[in-house]
Every structure is written in structure tokens, then in C-alpha cells.
Design a protein around this ligand. Sequence first.
Ligand SMILES: Nc1ncnc2c1ncn2[C@@H]1O[C@H](COS(=O)(=O)NC(=O)[C@@H](N)CS)[C@@H](O)[C@H]1O
Length: 439
Amino acid sequence: MRLTRYFLPVLKENPAEAQIVSHRLMLRAGMIKQSSAGIYSWLPMGFKVLKKIETIVHDEQMRAGHIPMLMPTIQSADLWKESGRYDDYGKEMLRISDRHGRDMLYGPTNEELVTDIFRSHVNSYKDLPLTLYHIQWKFRDEVRPRFGVMRGREFLMKDGYNFDLTKEDALHAYNRHLVSYLRSYERMGLQAIPMRADGGPIGGDYTHEFLVLADTGESEVFYDSDVTDLSFGDREIDYDSVEQCQGVLEEFTTKYARTDETHDEALFNEVPQERRRTARGIEVGQIFYFGTKYSEALGAKVQNQDGKPTPVHMGSHGIGVSRLLGAIIEASHDDKGIIWPEGVTPFHCGIVNLKQGDDEADAACNQLYAALTAAGLEPLYDDRKERAGGKFATMDLIGLPWRITVGPRGLKNGVVELTSRRTGESVEMSPEEAVKKVV
Ligand SMILES: Nc1ncnc2c1ncn2[C@@H]1O[C@H](COS(=O)(=O)NC(=O)[C@@H](N)CS)[C@@H](O)[C@H]1O
């Protein structure tokens, strides 16, 4: 993409309303614009990163055998009245009345709706196990939306729902989600630690949240520092293997790690003193097992092997897709701006032309642009007639992993300059070598 043909409304100043760095940088880097409290327009570069995160989430959910679909944002209140959550949900639910006076709502989550789909079509244990998921906008009328996309009112969530014949099968589905979440967050350059949590309005008494450690996190967490040495890496796993997935659950959740809602001081004191940590974390996902809570309420039953109608065991599993942009920036930035992990960066490499309009420099930039594109990468070419300092500041702010700087002087010696955003290190080399380094 050429910057003169893009839409990247970067801000010169720090916006006063931003209290945390990720909110400040997303506004300054022209990624989002607030349209009303807790509700944002996703400007082109923010939208591009959002799509990269969605792609990773879809990829890992499908790898785990979960089936993508799409449910509506606006739901009838009928199902929520049937499940009993219509009144319980409280003020966070945005209630709407349509032109015929029908009670509708903007869905904060989809347990009822997906269970209705299931009960309408599935009635035999032979059709299990089944996990359906979608990535869809949610609305929760937070009393105090803040920190930009971190605590929005309209936000993007991957929410998945498993339907199983037995508790054991449902707990295997729970573990499949844990594995797929660990893989997803690592691909985004994040360490998200699974911690025992509280079921809240979703329900159930068995749930883990995934938290990214950050001073600005809204959750207070208590953990054994050993858990920060764990990583899933690129190990292979058979998602159908109960033992392998249970093994990952035990590997990642045996050491003490809990949110304040489930913290147990006595248990925590069994952790050697030098390994006890208290910190703050950003909740980027949560997985739940809640048995037959919704299948009983909504009559979602299947005939078991003996032909007996049996309510299915369920769980629901969410990833905060839009919140992740904020979490990634909180975890990866410096005083000059964002530092995107390669897995989610909007563009792979910036090209800065020090003398726009100089035939040789322009030609070299166009050749670099073509070579990077041919290599399957997406360059962002700053072809504005702007002084070098301004171009460097923009590139540092928007946080692309690499920058290639092209100028007449360097070209006379057959070199360009390749800079790593993460290390700040710059090295002169031939354009061909620079492309190879970025790929
Ligand atoms: N107000 C919000 N703004 C941005 N992200 C949010 C907000 N509320 C929740 N999330 C994200 O959505 C994830 C899932 O939300 S949840 O309430 O924990 N779980 C559910 O709603 C279940 N139905 C999972 S399918 C959270 O872990 C968090 O990352």
C-alpha cells in the first residue's frame, strides 16, 4: 500500500481522553475513532489488524475441529425469557423494542440462541460431539466503558459452544479449547496464562480465564512464577486424544494461578515464598463448563444409546477479539509507539523514501515494493513529500516490524538501510538482501 493512497489519520498529540497506552496509541496511530461511549469505528489500519487476529482465531478453532458459523447480533427476548436470563442479566443488556412492539435485544452472548439451533436439529447421541462457534459483535451496556477497546460496549468476540453426551466428553471439549487458545495467543505474540476464575453471568462452577500480565490489567491475579516459563510452542497435538489434551490442561493449570474471584490465600501460601506473584492481568479469553444449565432450561436433549432423552452437557468459550488489539499493544510497545508482533502486524515492512521525486530513489522504492509483494508480504510505502524525521516518526508510531530506508546517498553505494522496530538496530545492505531479511 502507498501511504498517499491510504487512509491513516495519525494524530500528532496524545488524546486527553486516553488513560492507558494502548488506547492512546490506537487513537494516535489512526486505528480507531470513537463514535460514542464504548463504541468505535475501526479505521483501515485497525480493521486490518482486527482481521489478522480473526484469521488466527478461525484457523486454530477449525484446527481443533470446531465448526464456524454466524449468528445474528439482534436476538428475540423470547429465548432469554425461556432460559430465565432475561431479567437476571440486568442493566448490561441493551433491550430493544421493534416496530411491532416485540421485545428484542442486542446479544451480549449466545448460549440461548445456539442452544435453540441445536435443539431444532440434533436429537441423537450419534450426532455428538459437536462444537459450533462464530466471531460476532456483542453489546454489553457497561456502566463505565473505558480504556478504548479494552472495555467497550460493542465488541468483537469469538464465542464457541460445545454439545456433548457426557460430562467427560464436555471436559474433553473444554481441554480442546484450552489448547486452541494457548496456540492462538502465542501466534499473536502473547503469553496468556490460564487461571481458575469465576463463572459470573454465564454460569457453571468450572472455568478458566486467559490473562496477559499487564500493569493496566483490570483483573488482580495471584500466581506461581513457574507458570510464566510455560509455552505451548509448535508441538503437534491430536485434538481427538483425551489423554493429550488432558495432559496440556494439567501442564498449564496445576501450578497456582488464580484471579481475585477464586484466590485462596491458604493454597497460595503453599507456593514457595520466592515464587509467589501478585499482579494485574488483561482477560483475553475465558472457557466454561456448565453442564446442563442451558440444555435443561431449553430442552436440548438427545436420545442416548438406550434411546433415553438426555440433556446434553455444554460449555461456552470466548476470546475477546477486539480487546486483543489493546492487550497486544499493552504487552508490546515503547515510548515511540506500537511494536507489532509479526503474526498480527498490519503491514510487514515500511518503505521510507528520503527523497520523493528523485528518479533513482523512486525507482528503487518501487522495485523494493514489487519484490516484497512478490514475496507475499505487504509493504507500506511512505511516498509522501514529507521530511525524513516525520516519516520515521510515523513508522515508529504504527509499529511495523521492519523499515527499509532508501536515499540517493545510500543508493550510490548500492545499499539501503534495514531497521528492526523491536531492537532499533539499523544495518546497511543491498536491496536484495534487505528483502531476504524481511521475508
Ligand atoms: N466489554 C468488553 N469489551 C471488550 N471485550 C470484552 C468485554 N467483555 C468481555 N470481553 C471479552 O470477551 C471474552 C469472553 O467474554 S465472557 O463474558 O468471558 N464469556 C462469554 O461471553 C461466553 N459466552 C463465552 S462464549 C472475555 O474473556 C473478554 O476478553
